[in-house]
Each structure stands twice: as structure tokens, then as C-alpha cells.
Design a protein around this ligand. Sequence first.
Ligand code: PBG
Length: 333
Amino acid sequence: MRPTVAPFPAARLRRVRKSPAMRGLVRENTLAADDLIWPVFLREGKGERTPVPSMPGVERLTVDLVAEAAAEAASLGIPAICLFPYTEADARTEDCAMAWDPENLTNRAIRAIKSAAPEIAVMTDIALDPYNINGHDGFVVDGEIVNDKTVEALVKMALAQADAGADILGPSDMMDGRIGAIRRALEETGHSNVSILSYAAKYASAFYGPFRDAVGASAALTGDKNTYQMDPANSDEALRLVERDLLEGADMVMVKPGLPYLDICRRVRDTFGVPTFAYQVSGEYAMIQAAAQNGWIDGEKVMAESLMAFKRAGCMGILTYFAPRMARRLKEG
Ligand code: PBG
């Protein structure tokens, strides 16, 4: 259905823009704290925080501090926090066994957050890259990132996180068949209420650079991720991936990166009508912060505008490093 517009001057489309009251009345989308998922970086130790140089304003936090941060996020109305562990180069191995260790950094953080702030949902990342000696999301055998052996490891990783109390699992690895395998394993082990937010349409993107610094993967990574992450040139393929993951048991799906891929968000939402999320990734955050620090843009306004853009594109929520700052701004009005 095409909207009808009366001829000028019967229609003066500026009438509804004349005041804040009129603009508020006709506003089509809103942004609220409960649209935000806050990704945080974890580090070993106690009572310590390390700034991430390529992400001004972002710090790696020890488990005790992340539990406090989670409680504060919950008090700001943020519904979920998403955990990413930093791993030292010498702790990375070929077998990635730390990924499913019940005592690894992520699993300790899940338990700490669940006891400090039980009301906030804890989301995790499922992929081998924080533990892998070569920085890849899957096992590398003779130069190939192998699928099925990786999926077996991802299932073990998922179960360890579910056992620790994770509410939402976020497979970000882009292996084939992992959603179905994880869903079956969750059902078989009594974790039928654990949600899966699939990184269904995840592109092989240069916007992930600062994140790889934050988790200590930049130096480790050999080659690129083009054999498993998507080609930025593709759009129909994203719909196939989303449909496949939904049929395998994903509760929610994600498009990643965010702003450069809003067309994909809109297509996913319109095609499937399922809970659709986007990840405003590290490079997007870094660009906004860098320009703001130089005084070239108004960082506060660009943050709010960029997050509203996701709502306009059909997303139910956004993973963003701006989450606490945005939630504070919304609270203060
Ligand atoms: C890895 C993972 C990545 C991000 C989330 N999970 C990086 C990658 O695929 O190399 C990127 C997030 C960001 O850039 O903010 N499984």
C-alpha cells in the first residue's frame, strides 16, 4: 500500500514537525534501555580494569568488577550483558580445551553475575577464537577450518556455559549445523529454557579489528575468516542462513556488523518477523569515538542517532558498547 499525499498546500508535510510535541506524536520508533545488550570484555585478576586502546571508553574487567558492572547495568534497565574473555597469547592452544572448562573466565563470570545481579540475562559467545592458537573460530586442520569437529567442540562449550547459568547462548562461529547440534544437546541435558541468539548473518568484516585487539586475537589470527563468515556483497544468502538457523532451533537471530548492514536487518525482519538483533561492532564504536574525541562530530548525538537507526531498520535490540552510556542518557531524559 502506497501512502497518499494531498497536493500542496493541502498537504504541508512540515506541519507535524513544527514542535517537539508534534514530532513526538508522529514518531514511528522509540529507543529504550531494554533494547540494549551490553558486550563486555573479561580479564583475569581481581579489582583491575585495563583500557582497550582502540576502543576509547571500553575496559577489560576482572570477574568481581564485571559482577558490579552487571548490577549497575541492571539498575539502568539494561536487560542483558554479553561476555567476551581476553586470553593471553601463551594460554592459547591447538585443542582449545579451555573453551569448555567449567572454570574458565567466562564461566566464572557467568556465576558471579548470576549471584550479584540475577535479574540481568547473561549472554555468551560460542566460538573457539579466544582459545585457539591461530585465532580462528574453528579448528584448523591442514590449513582448512574444519566444520564438524568444530561443532562437537562448540556443543561442549555451550553445555559448560549453560551449566554455569547462561541465559542466552550466542554462537558466533558461522559453522554449519551448530545451532541444531547445540539445541539438541541442550534439550538432552535439561537446559530446555536456555535461549540461542544465533549470529546468523555474520559478515567477514574489517570492522571487527578493535574487538580482536580487545580479546587478544589480533596477533594470533593467521589469514582471514572468509571461508566461514559471509561475503559483504551478499544479501539473499543472509536470508538462507537465518531461515536455516531458525529451523534448527534459534530463538533469535543477529545481523553483524550493524550500521553498514541495515538493509539486511530490514529484510530479515520483514521476511521472518522473528526477534531480530544487530551488533554495532567494535569498529563502528571506534569510529564514532575517534571522531567525537577529535571534536569532528557530537558523540552523544551520533550515538543516539546510530542506535535509533537500528530500531527504524526493524531490530528489536542492539548489542552495543554504548549500552550503559545510552541507558544513562535515556534515564536522565
Ligand atoms: C568472534 C567474534 C568476533 C566478534 C564477536 N565475536 C570477531 C570475529 O569474528 O573475528 C566481533 C565483535 C566486534 O567487533 O565488536 N567469534
